[in-house]
Write a new protein. Structure first.
Lengths: 112, 115
């Protein structure tokens, strides 16, 4: 069965304390793995797309990496404004390019 | 800022009302989506329009009726909803209906409360 699992469910960091969020997946024929950031009461904001194992992408304090079984979202020296829920989602051969299978998200809180 | 615009941002409706949610994108995308999101849950796909034709209906009750008047506009018509339909309704769009690089971009959402 297709599964996307994110861990931890919630993470509290001090400002400047780097950490990583995990997204593990068991799908056949990965076509794309997506990271989104969602602030309370708002729609998900696109961050990164990763297509193949070994791929890495960076944006400001965020860096996303991909292996054959999981993706990591590394947050370097986070600031309070990085507090949000981070969602991972995959597109795969079983569902095509129009369906996203979402994980349940990691709620990140960064304290000053 | 998102380039997928949704109106209204908030809607309160009675169970016998008829209302509509509207969505617009000007990125030239050819696929548009409706998602439903409950509190502390990930978004759930409802409908997909690809090149203005309904391509996916995730067994959504008929009290939700989608419409795609043209490639830039997407509506969701609501009728005889139940209180459990209260949620954040998200519109999204993507460049095409298939192929690599089909990143899906979301709007800010419409908060719906059914009383």
């Amino acid at each position: 069965e297709d599964q996307v699992t994110q861990s931890p469910e919630a993470l509290r960091l001090q400002e400047g304390e780097s950490s990583s969020l995990n997204c593990s997946y068991t799908v056949s024929g990965l076509r794309g793995l997506f990271w989104y950031r969602q602030d309370p009461g708002k729609g998900p904001e696109f961050l990164f797309t990763l297509y193949s194992a070994g791929e890495e992408k960076e944006k400001e304090r965020l860096k996303a990496t991909l292996t054959k079984k999981e993706s990591f979202l590394h947050i370097t020296a986070p600031k309070p404004e990085d507090s949000a829920t981070y969602l991972c989602a995959v597109q795969h051969g079983g569902t095509g390019f129009q369906k996203l299978v979402f994980g349940t998200g990691t709620r990140l809180l960064v304290s000053p | 800022d998102t380039e997928v615009t949704q109106t209204p941002k908030h809607l309160v409706m009675g169970m016998t009302n008829k209302k509509s949610l509207k969505c617009e994108q000007h990125m030239g995308h050819r696929a548009m989506y409706w998602y439903k999101q409950k509190a502390k849950k990930p978004p759930e796909l409802m409908f997909v329009y690809s090149y203005e034709k309904l391509s996916i209906n995730e067994s959504v009750p008929s009290r939700f009726s989608p419409e795609c008047p043209n490639s830039s506009l997407l509506n969701l018509h609501l009728h005889a909803l139940q209180p459990e339909d209260s949620a954040l309704y998200l519109c999204a769009s993507s460049p095409s209906g298939g192929g690599a690089g089909n990143t899906i971009y979301f709007g800010e959402g419409s908060w719906l409360t059914v009383v």
